[in-house]
Design a binder for this molecule. Structure first.
Ligand code: HEC
Ligand code: HEC
Ligand code: HEC
Ligand code: HEC
Length: 341
């Protein structure tokens, strides 16, 4: 058997590493896990669609996926993404919060990515494609530019959610695989390679659109590189519009007796005052640097997903109702579990 081109092998290995991530990230609740696995499947399908472009026939490295398979994979990606959203909503109605304009940016990026995927699939149907674009090259260029945008939005959504990709190492792997995939879009035409009349850029498969496509791919790679940093991830957690009221929270102190009070109630140690967390963190105080979703989702989930050795016996907390319960009684003074008996 002949090995495929080593560029494909490298991207495929990274792809397989991402596909294996759920094995290392614990298990919470079957419906929630199903939703998240479907989301991951949609991402993997999109990465494969970029990494195995279908044109041109005389490409170097050679094309792996037929047009028919490419189309089927596109439809499967859209179906997986749609089910990812539906199952999440069915598993946990609080997810509705992520469909509002007060939702954090990375969730809006996920919604935008889903809509873009639907557009990409719908406009690829032969009849519609021919009606919308006279020349096949124009369709191809639009398809690739939207594909790059899709990948950037997906990366923003998945990396910030951080269910499977939390931690610097995993973020870098995902960004590298996405960047490698879109680099493979720059297939060369074998036949034109030697002639290359108009400089190197024109050797790529897109003819007169080559320059703009190379530019878009470069910009996407830059965006992916930025997403590797924790800073960008915190910024994407800010809401588009601020919420008027906090989401209700049940916090079980009894489950946290192993954790030092001051690990959370830092304000008792650093002299910031004796308030409740969200009174400060939801205030417009000048010393509050990030929003409440950014602060608390990363703080709470971080310990749950990457527990220090002494906390290993507990798994991740996913879904929303583990923490947000609508009719939760507000905590008043000393939590019951801690009160002297
Ligand atoms: C893992 C983080 C964490 C740890 C550890 C923790 N707490 Fe809390 N505590 C919270 C959160 C979050 C709230 C707010 C809960 C809410 O609003 O529903 C809270 C609320 C409280 C409140 C009510 C504050 C108010 O003004 O409403 C008291 C009192 C309290 N904690 C005491 C303690 C004590 C004492 C300990 C140590 C034995 C402790 N906590 C450990 C996170 C923690
Ligand atoms: C009196 C105001 C106040 C209270 C009460 C308060 N915080 Fe903070 N907290 C701050 C400020 C100010 C900062 C630093 C600015 C920022 O990160 O937004 C901060 C920072 C943090 C950080 C980031 C720390 C770091 O090293 O990056 C975490 C996590 C945090 N708070 C969690 C909590 C939790 C959990 C509670 C309640 C158990 C709480 N805070 C209660 C004011 C408060
Ligand atoms: C320093 C580590 C740490 C931090 C920070 C932390 N937790 Fe936890 N959490 C734990 C541990 C340990 C358990 C215990 C799990 C067990 O008993 O199996 C737990 C359990 C829970 C559970 C119950 C999960 C279950 O499956 O029963 C919830 C809900 C929870 N934490 C919410 C929060 C919230 C909300 C915050 C942020 C305010 C938070 N945690 C911050 C360590 C942490
Ligand atoms: C580990 C516990 C935990 C889980 C799980 C969790 N949250 Fe939160 N969330 C918090 C805490 C703590 C806060 C800050 C306090 C608050 O606003 O209630 C918060 C805040 C938020 C905010 C910002 C509220 C504001 O005041 O602006 C939104 C939106 C939100 N969560 C949505 C969700 C959704 C949707 C889910 C499920 C996909 C979810 N959360 C799962 C702990 C959690």
């Amino acid at each position: 058997m002949k090995w495929p081109d080593r560029r494909y092998v490298a991207v495929a290995l990274g792809w397989a590493a991402i596909a294996a991530l759920p094995l290392f990230t614990g298990f919470t609740h079957w419906a929630w896990e199903l939703s998240e696995i479907l989301g991951l499947a949609g991402l993997l399908a999109c990465l494969a669609l970029c990494g195995c472009p279908v044109r041109p026939r005389e490409a170097a490295p050679p094309v792996l996926l037929s047009l028919g398979h490419h189309e089927v994979l596109g439809i499967l990606a859209a179906a997986a993404a749609g089910l990812h959203i539906l199952v999440a909503l069915a598993a946990d109605h609080t997810v509705v919060e992520y469909l509002k304009l007060t939702s954090p940016l990375y969730q809006l990026a996920g919604i935008a990515a889903f809509l873009l995927l639907l557009i990409l699939v719908a406009t690829s149907v032969a009849n519609l494609r021919r009606r919308l674009w006279r020349s096949h090259r124009d369709f191809q260029a639009t398809h690739i530019i939207l594909g790059c945008l899709l990948l950037a939005l997906l990366a923003a959504h998945v990396l910030t959610t951080g269910r499977y990709t939390n931690g610097y190492g995993r973020r870098v792997v995902l960004c590298a695989v996405a960047a490698g995939g879109i680099a493979l879009l720059l297939l060369r035409r074998r036949t034109v390679q030697s002639a290359a009349p108009d400089g190197t850029v024109r050797r790529f498969a897109f003819g007169r659109h080559s320059t703009i496509i190379v530019g878009v791919i470069g910009a996407t790679m830059l965006a992916l590189a930025t997403l590797g940093s924790g800073r960008a991830v915190m910024a994407l957690r800010e809401p588009l519009l601020p919420r008027s009221a906090a989401l209700p929270l049940t916090f079980d102190h009894a489950k946290h007796v192993e954790v030092n009070c001051l690990a959370c109630h830092h304000n008792y140690a650093d002299g910031r005052g004796f308030d409740a967390c969200i009174h400060c963190h939801r205030s417009a105080g000048p010393d509050i640097k990030v929003g409440v979703e950014a602060r608390f989702h990363s703080f709470c989930l971080n310990c749950h997903r990457n527990p220090e050795p002494q906390f290993v016996h507990h798994g991740p907390v996913s879904g929303c109702t583990a923490c947000h319960i609508a009719d939760a009684a507000p905590l008043n003074g000393m939590p019951a579990q801690l009160a002297p008996r």
